[in-house]
Design a protein around this ligand. Structure first.
Ligand code: ASP
Length: 316
């Protein structure tokens, strides 16, 4: 460490932080345009805090992130965990699905060094882009974890608009606010303690993941949608109303579905308690939002299809 500074690897995946549009405008831009190298060059202050390297994993809108890309990212992070020339890892990512990727990494990499994800709500070409401050904050957070390497340094984080969120609790909570990221239990803050005892799945040898889809219940929703989703999935998550409920018409269809089904809540907040009469044999998502429950179910299905085993996975 010739300069005495910590060495942070920045892995870029695209998103609005790398977005380009009409100069000065915050809308109508194309995400995932600026290269990892240019992204880093655009924030010269980074060099005051760390020696940074830039690497492109992909350059896409985060709605186009795939399971394959998640595996690729996770594999690269695992390599960097073992690289003695690196002290911490920052991932730039679109905000739309950042919560899912953060959770995926936390479940598939045994971290010795912190991983911090960040992004932005405004493109790089906007009048006041939020990306540079977010990237700087994420690098500074990664440096901080590398200096004081007690837990929770060995976890996956999201740094956004001046706040740090743990990978399990974080969610994108606003479609437009500049501080769009929040947690599943507002007021309780991040619960990093819960992460210390979570599941681990080795995806290093996998090319793809089981197919899991989320079905969203609304008043009088056609149960055929549920039936169809089951035909094209290896596992399902139902985003039910309230504490994970749905109509009797859905319950009837559910009786005939023979793949693992996780019940979550479309409220995205609070604790789901399973209604055994409505959803017998299903798995309870607990506090996990539907999209996070889908990540966990996909990974659980790589090791077991038994509902009792999957219940155990979800109880951690
Ligand atoms: N659609 C963009 C993305 O997720 C939004 C963002 O980055 O804020 O890539």
């Amino acid at each position: 460490m010739a300069s005495g500074k910590k060495r942070i690897a920045i892995l870029a995946t695209g998103g609005t932080i790398a977005g380009v549009g009409e100069p000065g405008k915050s809308t109508g831009y194309v995400p995932g345009q600026i290269s990892a190298e240019d992204l880093v060059k655009s924030v010269p202050e980074l060099s005051e805090y760390a020696e940074v390297t830039a690497e492109q994993i992909c350059n896409v809108n985060s709605d186009d992130i795939t399971d394959k890309l998640c595996i690729k990212l996770s594999n690269r992070i695992r390599e960097l965990q073992e690289d003695e020339t690196i002290d911490g890892i920052v991932v730039t990512h679109g905000t739309d699905t950042m919560d899912e990727t953060a959770y995926f990494i936390s479940l598939t990499v045994k971290c010795e060094k912190a991983v911090v994800l960040t992004g932005s709500m405004k493109p790089a070409t906007a009048k006041d882009p939020d990306g540079p401050a977010n990237l700087l904050g994420a690098v500074r957070a990664a440096v901080g974890f590398a200096i004081d390497d007690d837990p929770p340094a060995n976890l996956v984080w999201v740094f956004f608009a001046g706040e740090l969120f743990d990978a399990r609790s974080v969610q994108k909570c606003s479609a437009s606010a500049i501080n769009a990221m929040g947690v599943d239990a507002p007021g309780e803050g991040s619960n990093w303690n819960a992460l210390k005892e979570q599941n681990f799945f080795d995806v290093s040898k996998l090319q793809e993941l089981p197919r899991v889809n989320v079905v969203y219940f609304t008043v009088d929703a056609n149960p055929k949608v549920l039936e169809y989703a089951a035909c094209v999935s290896d596992g399902l998550v139902i985003a039910g109303a309230g504490s994970g409920e749905f109509s009797q018409a859905w319950a009837k269809v559910l009786e005939r579905i023979d793949i693992p089904v996780v019940i979550a809540s479309r409220t995205h907040h609070g604790l789901v308690t399973l209604n055994e009469t409505l959803a017998p044999g299903c798995i309870c998502a607990g506090r996990l939002a539907p999209q996070k429950a889908a990540v966990l179910l996909k990974l659980a299905l790589t090791v077991t299809e038994r509902v009792d085993d999957i219940k155990r996975v979800f109880s951690l």
